[in-house]
Design a protein around this ligand. Structure first.
Ligand SMILES: Nc1ncnc2c1ncn2[C@@H]1O[C@H](COP(=O)(O)OP(=O)(O)OP(=O)(O)O)[C@@H](O)[C@H]1O
Length: 279
């Protein structure tokens, strides 16, 4: 469990502690630093543990999932993050007790894992505006949708569209999202048709748009009708390649990261992670 995830209160955290302490054959670990959850997951794989449950948001899910790729150990999720994109895609209940029941009773299924260079992501990743917002969000002391919306507005005022070489063609875009799942989190459906076990990645390009079009793009995002927008172009493939004029600032599952390269290769490992959820 990531004690820093989302906007979860101390009372909710204590409730999880109490419930888990009563479950047979289970052990609760708290992450003590960024990256700790990957180490815990890798140790569980070495010990032949059946399931590692990430109690946290998409960042925690990413860290746990990373340690489980290609193994026999399944990923479970108890979503207590800000956006909970993967949990929502997999129709995992958002209430703590129900999520625990779900992970204890449902079978694991196989899902794809995508990569930005060698960095795995399970839900969405991207460059441009999305990465900028993730970067600003990470600097804040508070989490949650409100803080995210505030940071998105702040970045919107200053952010300028960039030109990338996408599969050898120059394109000026506001943001590029690579989608394994349908949403960023909070039901913001960036790629409503994405399937998490089809072996394919959707690349969603948001073209430069006039300020006045922002509200309707926002409405489409939450209604699941974004592909109908004239400012959206979606391509589907097993891989993409990207070049920028400067080193890439990326986000993977909402986590910001500065790369020291201006070249990106996006790839997929089909059905390489066992997960407890509905694909
Ligand atoms: N003990 C810790 N102290 C500080 N940061 C931690 C700790 N454990 C994990 N982290 C980091 O906390 C970050 C945020 O975690 P997480 O994604 O679970 O929550 P969230 O951002 O609120 O949710 P979401 O990703 O759904 O929006 C991750 O980058 C993770 O590495």
């Amino acid at each position: 469990m990531n004690p820093m995830s989302g906007t979860t209160t101390l009372a909710q955290k204590n409730k999880i502690k109490q419930i888990v302490s009563k479950l047979p054959e289970s052990q609760l670990f708290f992450t003590e630093y960024s990256g700790h959850a990957t180490k815990i997951a890798q140790q569980a794989v070495r010990e032949g543990i059946a399931t590692v449950v990430a109690i946290g948001g998409d960042g925690t899910v990413n860290e746990v999932g990373k340690g489980l790729i290609g193994s026999n150990t399944s990923l479970g999720i108890i979503p207590i993050g800000s956006g909970n994109g993967l949990a929502r895609h997999l129709k995992i209940p958002l209430k703590i007790e129900k999520a625990i029941q779900f992970v204890m009773s449902q079978p694991a299924v196989l899902m794809d894992v995508c990569f930005l260079n060698d960095i795995p992501f399970f839900c969405t990743a991207g460059v441009g505006f999305d990465a900028e917002v993730a970067h600003e969000f990470a600097k804040q002391n508070s989490r949650g949708l409100k803080t995210y919306a505030r940071m998105a507005l702040k970045s919107f005022r200053t952010y300028k569209s960039e030109t990338f070489q996408i599969d050898n063609e120059d394109k000026t875009v506001f943001a590029i999202t690579f989608a394994n799942a349908t949403q960023y989190g909070n039901n913001a459906m960036i790629s409503p048709k994405s399937k998490i076990d089809d072996g394919l990645i959707e690349m969603v390009l948001l073209k430069p748009f006039p300020f006045g079009a922002a509200p309707i793009i926002g409405v489409r995002l939450f209604r699941g009708t974004l592909p109908n927008s004239r400012y959206i172009e979606t391509q589907t493939s097993e891989n993409f390649s990207l070049k920028a004029k400067k080193d890439f600032l990326i986000h993977y599952d909402g986590e910001p990261h500065q790369l020291s390269t201006n070249e990106l290769s996006i790839s997929i490992k089909k059905q390489s992670l066992k997960v407890v959820g509905n694909v």
